[in-house]
Ligand binder design. Sequence first.
Ligand SMILES: C[S@@+](CC[C@H](N)C(=O)[O-])C[C@H]1O[C@@H](n2cnc3c(N)ncnc32)[C@H](O)[C@@H]1O
Length: 253
Amino acid sequence: MSGMDLTNSVSYLCSTYGDSFADVYDDWYQQVTDVDGTANFIAGLSDGLEVLELGVGTGRLALPIARKGIPISGIDASPAMLKRLAIWDSQKLVRPYLADMSDWLPSGPYKVIFCAYNTFFNLVGQGDQEDCLKLVRDRLHPDGFFVLEAFVPSNYSQLPTRGVESRHLSNGAVFNITIREKISGVIRGQSVELDDSGVVLRPWRVRVRTPDELDQLASDLGFRLVERWQDWYRSPFSSSSDHHISVYASTNP
Ligand SMILES: C[S@@+](CC[C@H](N)C(=O)[O-])C[C@H]1O[C@@H](n2cnc3c(N)ncnc32)[C@H](O)[C@@H]1O
């Protein structure tokens, strides 16, 4: 069992989430979002040209896209996640890069850069989301697209500031403890897994943004919203949608 030793007290780095969850990621999150829908949507938008996934993880989404014949690269800050990707990707279909996506992106240019399953919210440092978007803008093909998938934290300022939820595993239980920092909007979480061999801590953090906040950020950095859908099948987005797929393009290609 890996994860994090209870006796270890470490600061939270951009690699912490991935390194903590890599050992269980494919078991716990394989079906957490729509893999086929994502792959079809991204492959269609790419026109067969280069794609980059931000926060590629173990390749849950990038590998099905690559299997459609789309040239795809993936960046991740976690060596443990990329190690899992290398195991699944025996044919080396996905070009991996180990880096902090708010600090560096491969030069491209890319027809599509995408960041799925709330991964953009993993950028929690002050200004990290802005820095990442600036890099995306510089690496996109002139008629390229940035695609972002995230939940809609509508009214999140009214959400409780503390929470605990639990779920059973076949040989144990996982408690997820969350604390929302009211002013910054950063949510700090700790996944606590208990089983016969002991306790494993897996820390996580997210800085959530509403769709309007994301649009403002994108517009400040030279993007315009081209499409917004509720899911990967282009169902209409409405004020009650709890999820969005947003497609941005540069205002100054
Ligand atoms: C929720 S997982 C998503 C993985 C994959 N996209 C999927 O949908 O299965 C988020 C991934 O983003 C990576 N990540 C978090 N912060 C990052 C950063 N600053 N730069 C690059 N990757 C990061 C994590 O290591 C992790 O693999």
